[in-house]
Ligand binder design. Structure first.
Ligand code: PRP
Ligand code: URA
Length: 209
């Protein structure tokens, strides 16, 4: 079973507290989502492999470290995942970006796919799938299935707020995918919203409600 990492860093917890507040407007919400993604990226890349490289400093020759040359990609689940892309790219600027468009049918809560554009060589890349919210887990699971159908083998999933149902579903349907979570909340309400959560992440990022 892959790991579930709940972020305990105080800066991440503080910023999540700000985006939960109902009075936080779209501008600050977007800004915070991006900063949280950047901090989470730092934690989620802890185990990237390093290789030795011979270099010269102005003083002498030395053996330094560099990333092993593994190719990375970031794949946001549209719409809300878009809010996390800039933060991820601040930390890993050479990553390619793919997009998977999914929305939840409001009655059935089942994901409906409407867009998919991935880097041509995505099968050779380690992929970070990002979405601020993991509720029932339907959208994330469908996105992970899509990536596996395209040959991607090494996938990590990052979300800012998760419900226990979503974590359980991903562990059941994608036991090979490590999950990085900013905060684990209590439950889903009768409309499939995370409690206490932060409301509809897409609407709050883009100001559509
Ligand atoms: C939200 C969120 C996730 C999904 C989570 O997207 O960004 O993609 O819901 O719910 P689930 O775990 O039950 O699938 P939404 O469907 O609201 O679409 P949007 O981002 O376009 O607003
Ligand atoms: N999608 C959201 O944006 N928020 C929730 O609480 C659940 C799904």
């Amino acid at each position: 079973m892959a790991k579930v990492v709940i972020m305990e860093h105080p800066l991440i917890q503080h910023k999540i507290g700000i985006i939960r507040r109902q009075e936080t407007g779209s501008r600050d919400f977007r800004h915070m989502i991006s900063e949280i993604a950047m901090l989470m990226c730092y934690e989620a890349t802890r185990d990237l492999k390093l290789a030795d490289v011979e270099i010269d400093t102005p003083i002498c020759h030395m053996t330094a470290k560099e990333l092993e040359g593994k190719k990375l990609a970031v794949v946001p689940i549209l719409r809300a995942g878009l809010g996390m892309v800039d933060g991820m790219l601040t930390m890993i600027p050479a990553a390619k970006v793919g997009h998977i468009g999914l929305y939840r049918n409001e009655e059935t809560l089942e994901p409906v796919e409407y867009y998919c554009k991935l880097p041509q060589d995505c099968a050779e890349r380690d992929v970070f799938v990002v979405d601020p919210m993991l509720a029932t887990g339907g959208s994330a699971s469908a996105a992970l299935t899509k990536l596996k159908e395209r040959g991607v083998k090494n996938i990590r999933f990052m979300c800012i707020i998760a419900a226990p149902d979503g974590i359980k579903r991903l562990q059941r349907e994608h036991p090979d995918v490590d999950i990085y979570v900013g905060a684990l909340d209590d439950h889903l309400n009768e409309n499939g919203y995370i409690v206490p959560g932060l409301g509809d992440a897409g609407d709050r990022i883009f100001g559509t409600k």
